[in-house]
Design a protein around this ligand. Structure first.
Ligand code: SAM
Length: 217
Protein backbone atom coordinates (compact mmCIF):
# COMPACT_ATOMS: atom_id res chain seq x y z
CA UNK A 1 0.00 0.00 0.00
CA UNK A 2 2.74 2.47 1.06
CA UNK A 3 4.80 1.44 -1.98
CA UNK A 4 1.80 2.03 -4.25
CA UNK A 5 1.29 5.54 -2.83
CA UNK A 6 5.02 6.28 -3.17
CA UNK A 7 5.08 5.03 -6.79
CA UNK A 8 2.03 7.16 -7.64
CA UNK A 9 3.65 10.25 -6.09
CA UNK A 10 6.98 9.69 -7.87
CA UNK A 11 5.49 8.91 -11.29
CA UNK A 12 2.87 11.65 -10.92
CA UNK A 13 5.48 14.32 -10.05
CA UNK A 14 7.88 13.20 -12.80
CA UNK A 15 5.10 13.21 -15.39
CA UNK A 16 3.88 16.63 -14.22
CA UNK A 17 7.34 18.19 -14.62
CA UNK A 18 8.49 16.50 -17.82
CA UNK A 19 5.25 16.15 -19.76
CA UNK A 20 2.12 17.69 -18.28
CA UNK A 21 3.24 21.30 -17.76
CA UNK A 22 4.92 21.68 -21.19
CA UNK A 23 1.89 19.98 -22.78
CA UNK A 24 -0.53 22.44 -21.16
CA UNK A 25 1.51 25.38 -22.49
CA UNK A 26 1.78 23.80 -25.96
CA UNK A 27 -1.96 23.06 -26.17
CA UNK A 28 -2.81 26.51 -24.86
CA UNK A 29 -0.90 28.03 -27.80
CA UNK A 30 -3.09 25.99 -30.21
CA UNK A 31 -6.42 26.58 -28.43
CA UNK A 32 -6.29 30.30 -27.62
CA UNK A 33 -6.28 31.56 -31.26
CA UNK A 34 -9.57 29.66 -31.85
CA UNK A 35 -11.38 31.52 -29.03
CA UNK A 36 -13.11 34.91 -29.07
CA UNK A 37 -13.86 37.44 -26.34
CA UNK A 38 -17.08 36.45 -24.55
CA UNK A 39 -17.01 32.79 -25.66
CA UNK A 40 -18.50 30.13 -23.40
CA UNK A 41 -16.31 27.04 -23.61
CA UNK A 42 -17.05 23.53 -22.31
CA UNK A 43 -13.93 21.54 -21.40
CA UNK A 44 -15.17 17.94 -21.59
CA UNK A 45 -13.02 15.63 -19.43
CA UNK A 46 -11.35 18.64 -17.87
CA UNK A 47 -9.41 16.59 -15.26
CA UNK A 48 -7.84 19.01 -12.77
CA UNK A 49 -8.83 21.96 -14.98
CA UNK A 50 -5.22 23.08 -15.54
CA UNK A 51 -5.58 23.41 -19.31
CA UNK A 52 -8.74 25.55 -19.02
CA UNK A 53 -7.04 27.60 -16.29
CA UNK A 54 -4.00 28.29 -18.50
CA UNK A 55 -6.23 29.31 -21.44
CA UNK A 56 -8.24 31.66 -19.19
CA UNK A 57 -5.02 33.33 -18.00
CA UNK A 58 -4.23 34.10 -21.65
CA UNK A 59 -7.83 35.14 -22.45
CA UNK A 60 -9.63 36.44 -19.34
CA UNK A 61 -12.74 37.33 -21.40
CA UNK A 62 -13.49 33.67 -22.15
CA UNK A 63 -15.61 31.61 -19.70
CA UNK A 64 -14.63 27.96 -19.25
CA UNK A 65 -16.73 25.27 -17.61
CA UNK A 66 -15.79 21.62 -17.09
CA UNK A 67 -17.66 18.36 -17.53
CA UNK A 68 -16.09 15.31 -15.88
CA UNK A 69 -16.90 11.68 -15.23
CA UNK A 70 -14.65 11.85 -12.15
CA UNK A 71 -14.43 15.41 -10.79
CA UNK A 72 -11.31 15.90 -8.65
CA UNK A 73 -12.52 18.92 -6.61
CA UNK A 74 -10.72 22.25 -6.22
CA UNK A 75 -10.58 23.05 -9.99
CA UNK A 76 -10.20 26.68 -11.10
CA UNK A 77 -13.39 26.36 -13.20
CA UNK A 78 -16.94 25.25 -12.34
CA UNK A 79 -17.22 21.50 -13.05
CA UNK A 80 -20.35 19.40 -13.62
CA UNK A 81 -20.28 15.65 -13.04
CA UNK A 82 -21.31 13.59 -16.08
CA UNK A 83 -23.63 10.64 -15.37
CA UNK A 84 -24.49 8.44 -18.35
CA UNK A 85 -23.90 9.60 -21.92
CA UNK A 86 -26.14 12.66 -22.30
CA UNK A 87 -24.63 16.02 -21.37
CA UNK A 88 -26.84 18.05 -18.98
CA UNK A 89 -26.87 21.07 -21.34
CA UNK A 90 -29.16 22.49 -24.03
CA UNK A 91 -28.36 22.16 -27.74
CA UNK A 92 -25.79 24.81 -28.75
CA UNK A 93 -25.26 25.91 -25.12
CA UNK A 94 -21.51 26.54 -25.72
CA UNK A 95 -19.62 28.38 -28.42
CA UNK A 96 -16.75 25.91 -28.36
CA UNK A 97 -16.25 22.44 -26.88
CA UNK A 98 -12.77 21.22 -25.99
CA UNK A 99 -11.79 17.54 -25.84
CA UNK A 100 -8.16 17.18 -24.82
CA UNK A 101 -7.03 13.55 -24.60
CA UNK A 102 -10.46 12.37 -23.52
CA UNK A 103 -11.93 10.39 -26.42
CA UNK A 104 -9.37 7.57 -26.09
CA UNK A 105 -10.57 7.07 -22.48
CA UNK A 106 -14.18 6.65 -23.52
CA UNK A 107 -15.64 3.21 -24.31
CA UNK A 108 -18.44 4.87 -26.36
CA UNK A 109 -16.53 7.50 -28.37
CA UNK A 110 -19.24 7.98 -31.01
CA UNK A 111 -21.84 8.93 -28.38
CA UNK A 112 -19.33 11.27 -26.73
CA UNK A 113 -18.54 13.05 -30.01
CA UNK A 114 -22.24 13.33 -30.89
CA UNK A 115 -22.95 15.00 -27.55
CA UNK A 116 -20.06 17.42 -28.11
CA UNK A 117 -21.50 18.25 -31.52
CA UNK A 118 -24.97 18.81 -30.04
CA UNK A 119 -23.86 21.35 -27.41
CA UNK A 120 -21.25 23.18 -29.55
CA UNK A 121 -22.58 26.18 -31.46
CA UNK A 122 -19.38 26.98 -33.41
CA UNK A 123 -16.83 24.18 -33.25
CA UNK A 124 -15.18 21.34 -31.34
CA UNK A 125 -11.44 21.32 -30.63
CA UNK A 126 -10.22 17.73 -30.54
CA UNK A 127 -6.75 16.79 -29.28
CA UNK A 128 -5.90 13.09 -29.26
CA UNK A 129 -3.45 10.37 -30.30
CA UNK A 130 -3.13 8.23 -33.38
CA UNK A 131 -0.60 5.70 -34.63
CA UNK A 132 0.59 4.23 -37.89
CA UNK A 133 2.81 1.44 -36.52
CA UNK A 134 3.15 -0.98 -33.60
CA UNK A 135 6.08 1.02 -32.24
CA UNK A 136 4.07 4.25 -32.24
CA UNK A 137 1.21 2.40 -30.52
CA UNK A 138 3.52 1.15 -27.74
CA UNK A 139 4.96 4.66 -27.20
CA UNK A 140 1.45 6.09 -26.78
CA UNK A 141 0.56 3.27 -24.34
CA UNK A 142 3.58 4.14 -22.16
CA UNK A 143 2.75 7.87 -22.25
CA UNK A 144 -0.93 7.26 -21.49
CA UNK A 145 -0.13 4.93 -18.60
CA UNK A 146 2.34 7.41 -17.03
CA UNK A 147 -0.08 10.31 -17.50
CA UNK A 148 -2.99 8.56 -15.80
CA UNK A 149 -1.49 6.16 -13.26
CA UNK A 150 -1.29 8.68 -10.40
CA UNK A 151 -4.82 10.05 -10.96
CA UNK A 152 -6.29 6.54 -11.30
CA UNK A 153 -7.93 7.35 -14.66
CA UNK A 154 -8.83 4.17 -16.57
CA UNK A 155 -6.85 3.62 -19.79
CA UNK A 156 -8.41 1.57 -22.60
CA UNK A 157 -5.20 1.56 -24.71
CA UNK A 158 -7.25 2.19 -27.87
CA UNK A 159 -6.08 5.14 -29.95
CA UNK A 160 -6.82 4.39 -33.59
CA UNK A 161 -5.20 5.24 -36.90
CA UNK A 162 -5.72 8.43 -38.95
CA UNK A 163 -8.21 6.43 -41.05
CA UNK A 164 -10.24 5.20 -38.04
CA UNK A 165 -10.40 8.79 -36.69
CA UNK A 166 -11.69 9.97 -40.07
CA UNK A 167 -14.48 7.38 -39.88
CA UNK A 168 -15.33 8.17 -36.23
CA UNK A 169 -15.45 11.93 -36.78
CA UNK A 170 -17.57 11.60 -39.94
CA UNK A 171 -19.88 9.12 -38.16
CA UNK A 172 -20.50 11.70 -35.43
CA UNK A 173 -21.60 14.23 -38.08
CA UNK A 174 -18.49 16.40 -38.21
CA UNK A 175 -16.31 17.77 -40.96
CA UNK A 176 -12.61 18.56 -40.43
CA UNK A 177 -12.03 22.32 -40.55
CA UNK A 178 -8.34 22.06 -39.80
CA UNK A 179 -5.89 19.44 -38.67
CA UNK A 180 -2.44 19.80 -37.15
CA UNK A 181 -0.01 16.90 -36.71
CA UNK A 182 2.77 16.46 -35.69
CA UNK A 183 2.42 18.59 -32.55
CA UNK A 184 5.37 19.92 -30.59
CA UNK A 185 4.32 19.65 -26.94
CA UNK A 186 7.36 18.61 -24.90
CA UNK A 187 11.03 19.37 -24.42
CA UNK A 188 13.77 17.16 -25.90
CA UNK A 189 14.54 14.28 -25.55
CA UNK A 190 10.99 13.51 -24.30
CA UNK A 191 9.56 15.16 -27.40
CA UNK A 192 11.60 12.90 -29.68
CA UNK A 193 10.24 9.73 -28.04
CA UNK A 194 6.70 10.69 -27.05
CA UNK A 195 5.81 13.78 -29.07
CA UNK A 196 5.36 14.70 -32.71
CA UNK A 197 3.34 12.37 -34.90
CA UNK A 198 1.70 10.56 -31.96
CA UNK A 199 -0.50 13.64 -31.42
CA UNK A 200 -3.02 15.58 -33.45
CA UNK A 201 -5.23 18.61 -32.93
CA UNK A 202 -8.33 19.01 -35.08
CA UNK A 203 -10.96 21.70 -35.40
CA UNK A 204 -14.29 20.04 -36.13
CA UNK A 205 -17.37 21.75 -37.53
CA UNK A 206 -20.83 20.28 -37.58
CA UNK A 207 -22.35 18.98 -40.82
CA UNK A 208 -26.07 19.69 -41.15
CA UNK A 209 -28.46 18.22 -43.66
CA UNK A 210 -30.86 20.73 -45.23
CA UNK A 211 -33.22 19.84 -48.05
CA UNK A 212 -31.30 16.64 -48.69
CA UNK A 213 -27.94 18.45 -49.10
CA UNK A 214 -25.21 18.57 -46.48
CA UNK A 215 -23.96 22.01 -45.45
CA UNK A 216 -21.46 23.19 -42.83
CA UNK A 217 -22.62 24.93 -39.67
C1 SAM B 1 -6.18 12.21 -19.75
S1 SAM B 1 -7.39 13.07 -18.82
C2 SAM B 1 -7.34 14.64 -19.65
C3 SAM B 1 -7.62 15.79 -18.71
C4 SAM B 1 -7.66 17.18 -19.36
N1 SAM B 1 -8.51 17.21 -20.53
C5 SAM B 1 -6.30 17.67 -19.74
O1 SAM B 1 -6.01 17.84 -20.91
O2 SAM B 1 -5.49 17.90 -18.84
C6 SAM B 1 -8.94 12.40 -19.40
C7 SAM B 1 -10.11 12.80 -18.52
O3 SAM B 1 -11.34 12.56 -19.22
C8 SAM B 1 -12.31 12.07 -18.29
N2 SAM B 1 -13.35 11.41 -19.10
C9 SAM B 1 -13.25 10.25 -19.79
N3 SAM B 1 -14.39 10.02 -20.48
C10 SAM B 1 -15.21 11.08 -20.25
C11 SAM B 1 -16.52 11.46 -20.70
N4 SAM B 1 -17.23 10.69 -21.54
N5 SAM B 1 -17.04 12.63 -20.27
C12 SAM B 1 -16.34 13.43 -19.44
N6 SAM B 1 -15.10 13.11 -18.96
C13 SAM B 1 -14.54 11.97 -19.37
C14 SAM B 1 -11.53 11.22 -17.34
O4 SAM B 1 -12.20 11.09 -16.10
C15 SAM B 1 -10.22 12.03 -17.22
O5 SAM B 1 -10.26 12.93 -16.15
Amino acid sequence: MAIDILCKRLIGSAHMAVAYRPRVQGLCRLIVPRLREGDRVLDVGCGVGALAGACMMALPGVRFEGLERAPRGGEAIPVTRLEGDRFPFEDGAFDVVLLADVVHHEARPLELLRECRRVARREVLLKDHWHRSRLQYLRICALDWAANYAAGVRCLYRYGSPESWQALVAGAGFEWRSLESPLRLYHQPFEWIFGGRLHFMAVLGSRRVEGGAEISK
